[in-house]
Design a protein around this ligand. Structure first.
Ligand code: NAP
Length: 304
């Protein structure tokens, strides 16, 4: 039996059944801020030029910058105010529920207020995907489901998802909801294999949820490895990068997206030339052996 090529990625796919079409890669705005409008716009343009249409932000992004809580959303809002046509070209995802110093609040009133505040900062009437940023252990899933369903029913939000939820927390919320929970956003990269191994990807495939993979380069450590494990992973990725003539980062993104749950790597780079690597995700193809080679390098052991 030959080691066949795994299925290649489509150019686009629906975010959820009947939902907007999205790219196989997203661009993230955790590190977006503290720059002038021209520089900020160049990053957004670089994402579009790389074929990215899914943009992921959160109300808390920028909280560590002088602009504070809401800064990244506000900066994107300024770009959209200058160029309103961009809004229709992007599928806009945001998040809320982290409160500095608390740290979490997913109560009905808080969520309603957080979504309204995000809409104002972004200067839009509608967020395509609104995600609960982290699980609030003090909100009953029944209350959270009502808050999310109210947001969708109001038209302020197109669909809802979760981030950093365990499979059990996701299940509890899903079972309280009358509308689909369309996405989950865990950390995932060769450096963080948790959702591959803890049932999250299986549940996402079972329930048709999109998976958005945060820190696909481990926050940059895969691009700039320091530890032995990071160097082993980098070397496994480099073997594939040489074959296809692309960057190590592009191979990491392609490795993430090759899983049948079709995780969407959220590129965190704020450097236009690096954001451009997203396009190369379609250049890389995988055999089972090559994909498992990277996994085994990441696990530091051969699978039995
Ligand atoms: P990442 O892609 O793993 O890391 C990006 C960082 O790596 C940037 O600082 C980038 O620097 C650096 N980097 C160094 N060399 C690079 C290279 N060759 N290519 C690309 N980047 C290189 O992603 P992340 O920023 O940690 O996270 C990505 C997104 O995930 C965030 O923007 C956010 O949307 C989402 N996120 C979500 C959560 C959550 O709790 N839901 C948590 C964290 C992140 P330069 O900017 O200088 O290129």
């Amino acid at each position: 039996m030959t080691d066949a090529i795994l299925p290649t990625l489509p150019a686009t796919r629906p975010l959820y059944a009947g939902g907007p079409e999205i790219s196989c890669v997203a661009w993230g705005m955790w590190r977006f801020g503290n720059v002038d409008l021209k520089t900020a716009r160049a990053r957004v343009d670089a994402a579009f030029e790389a074929g990215i249409t899914l943009f992921d932000t959160a109300d808390i992004y920028g909280c560590d910058m002088p602009g504070g809580f809401g800064h990244s959303e506000h900066l994107l809002g300024q770009i959209l105010a200058d160029a309103p046509a961009l809004r229709d070209q992007m599928v806009l995802a945001s998040k809320g529920g982290i409160v500095l110093g608390t740290p979490y609040n997913s109560s009905r009133d808080y969520i309603a207020g957080a979504i309204d505040a995000s809409l104002i900062r972004l200067g839009v009437e509608h967020i395509d995907l609104w995600q609960v940023h982290r699980p609030d252990m003090l909100t009953h899933p029944g209350e959270l489901s009502e808050a999310l369903q109210t947001a969708v029913a109001s038209g302020k939000v197109g669909a809802v998802g979760v981030s950093n939820f365990t499979p059990a927390q996701t299940d509890a919320l899903r079972s309280a909801m009358d509308i689909p929970l369309v996405s989950t956003q865990p950390e995932y990269s060769p450096l963080c294999l948790d959702p591959l191994l803890n049932g999250q990807f299986d549940a996402a495939m079972q329930h048709g949820m999109a998976v958005l993979a945060w820190s696909p380069l481990g926050g940059g450590r895969i691009a700039d490895p320091a530890t032995d494990r990071e160097k082993t992973i980098a070397s496994a990725l480099d073997t594939v990068a040489e074959t296809f003539g692309v960057s190590r980062a592009a191979v990491a993104f392609a490795w993430i997206a090759a899983h049948p749950a079709r995780p969407i790597p959220i590129i965190g780079s704020q450097t236009p030339a690096r954001i451009a690597d997203a396009r190369d995700i379609h250049t890389v193809t995988w055999t089972r052996t090559a994909w498992y080679d990277v996994l085994q390098a990441a696990m530091g052991q051969q699978l039995p």
